[in-house]
Design a protein around this ligand. Sequence first.
Ligand code: TYD
Length: 137
Amino acid sequence: SVHDCQLVDLPIVHDKAGNITVLENNNNIPFNIKRVYYLFDVPMGSERGGHAHYELQQYVVAASGSFTFILDDGKEKKEVFLNHPNKALHIKPGIWREMKDFSSGSVCLVLASMLYTEDDYIRDYQNFIKYRNYEIQ
Ligand code: TYD
């Protein structure tokens, strides 16, 4: 459910000259990273997302700036505001997500458990609801 999608504190190596956050497979991330991508140059007012995944897990980080994720498990919704590079939002499989309120210059970094495949997407909300209901029964 959306309650399983939590903000995780990431470790920081503090330094007067700047901080470092490190994520390592099998150490401090609960899945193997197969893909890294990032959203940038998102125009003001853009809304993205509007899909779920059958299997994909993601860690989403506001590498710069801020934005809001709206998570939906078919029954409940929750909004998560990301505005710091030491927090990751863990998105579990089977969660519909939308993104909004990207600040100017924001960078949305995503660590993903699978390579890109369109077969893993559910892009139709009615199909998503059907899928969730089958899963629950
Ligand atoms: P999508 O995941 O729908 O974007 P968002 O959820 O951010 O709105 O991806 C948009 C398009 O980008 C999609 O049609 C195909 C392409 N894409 C890839 O080719 N590889 C990828 O790893 C991702 C994330 C997207």
